[in-house]
Design a protein around this ligand. Sequence first.
Ligand code: ADP
Ligand code: MG
Length: 636
Amino acid sequence: MAEINVLPPHLADLIAAGEVVERPASVVKELAENALDAGASKIEIRLRIGSGSFIQVKDDGDGMLPEDAGVCFLRHATSKLSSPEGLERINTMGFRGEALAAISAVSRIELITRRRGEKTGVRVQVEAGEIIDISEYGCPEGTSITVRDLFFNTPARRKFLKSDKAEASACCLAAAKFALANHLVTVRLVNDGNEEFFSPGDWHESSAIYNVLGAEFMKGLVFVSSQTEEVEVSGFISSPASCRGNRTKQFFFCNGRPISSLLLQSALEQAYKNRLMTGKFPACVLQLSISPASVDVNVHPAKTQVRFRDERAVFDAVYYAAMAALGAEGSAPELAIPAAAEQTDAVALKSGELDNDTIIIDRRSSGALSGAALHDGAAPYLTGQSRISGVFSASGAARQSAAGSIEAAASPSYGLKSAKPSAPRGFATEAVFHREAEVAPRAEESEAAPYRVIGEAMKTYLIVETEGQLLLIDKHAAHERMIFDRLLSSDSGAMAQELLTPVTIKASPEELELLAESSERLRAIGLELEPFGQGSLILRTVPADMDPSDASALVEELFEKLRLGEKLPPEEARESILRSVACKAAIKAGWDTEPGELELLAEAVVSGRVKYCPHGRPVAVTLTQKQLERSFGRIV
Ligand code: ADP
Ligand code: MG
């Protein structure tokens, strides 16, 4: 008799279940991620571990059609992937169609769901992978999944579980990581009847951190923000003084997924070398954004491990981001730099406990905030009327520049030894700046505070003195915003520069098709692309500010955006493309920048026209005279 059996599907599910559902916390993670993929803006997680245990996740997302509600429990049933090409550009948390199959194979599940726009919902009951009932059900739009008696039919598996308390706290940790990764979504966690946290989903990463990890955790955090060609790193790390006895407060995320990574851990810890006592470890909440093509999340079914294509680049990005945030080694005692007043309010008012040394910076996510919204209101740091004598006013500079003279804007500054006129590459020429001024007439109306440019540090931060405070301006972020706003407001088409040698770029048939549909839109922002023979296209012009050597990278990114853009409202899709162009066209950290350019940036920020980069990061942080005085013990 033959000795090889093909396992029946149910047995295969049971085995696979062990990989996806290791413990109750995996259920929390998978269900919450499904809610997110369904576009939920509010997610409630309730759990009780122990006798009568259950895990319930409710969302206000898209819900499922009655005919999908039973199918979703089948192995490899997913609405998120339909072709091999799709695997290259996953933009959902799930795609393997395994979680519900795996969870339902080892538990009793009740699914209640109603598709958005449908009149009624449906209720499905599943036990050990078998559907035992499906019936019509009255319920709100969205989905609620309740998982009971996890591992009831796999006693061997149950034996590997830790104590109820340990499993419950692993569940809470999974929910916490989820909320930290998704500060745009309201997440509420109730464990054993007690609310563990309520993360308001108000777009502030800092309020997610505050609500999930507590006020104590916020103390002594340092803001991190850096961007290299490959990797964007943002978030918070602990100051050396507030490091801890273990690593439990290190939270890393990659493209919105919580991940554990020895690589990232050691990059972070290297940055603290010679600053920490042995046995102390930094804490962090760090978000990495990497092009999906450069990171493989498909390493393990639970997707908590990732493989980076260029590990060195990722290591360096985190290491240098942390180093920059911590400041140069051997420097004076660290000063925590608070964000502009407006930004601190949300959290600081609420807590009543935060001291002035706490850094809270609002990191608004891109997307939903339009350029206009970001523009609103004067710069929060421009209060008070006293003038620093001999320093010219920002609005004056704006007028001079708008009249067409960059020298005029540059020359009155102090501290810049050679404020020579220039219109260097990658930066606004007079004409460009002229349009800038037209875009934001408010700048001329508003009585901006006087300021002086002190200089530039680390080829990245512009140091500017205004009334009673220092502003540190991220030159890339500020310039990026200026270009973005200009592109956004120019309907007539951006200026294009012709490439001396047109660039040919390989493109798939799908990309060529996308191009055919969008060539007008791209031309309007200065990109002239045409099909060029078999499987390639030719790029003839790039936006005026851009370095031609960045052109092909930009085109690659644009294809990604065009693909994603198909799902977005037109205006959002356009903004997303403009963000890419602005980012590529802006001066970069690490580049030499002419004093005249720095002056224009300073003016744009001080006048309040530029506050956030198009990705939502602040372009400037402030250090007040009071803070300095307190730090030097001049006042208490
Ligand atoms: P995956 O997330 O990898 O697609 P899952 O097994 O987690 O696989 O889910 C299977 C399918 O069930 C999903 O693709 C989705 O269509 C549907 N689904 C699961 N949870 C929800 C939810 N909360 N809201 C709407 N649809 C859901
Ligand atoms: Mg899933």
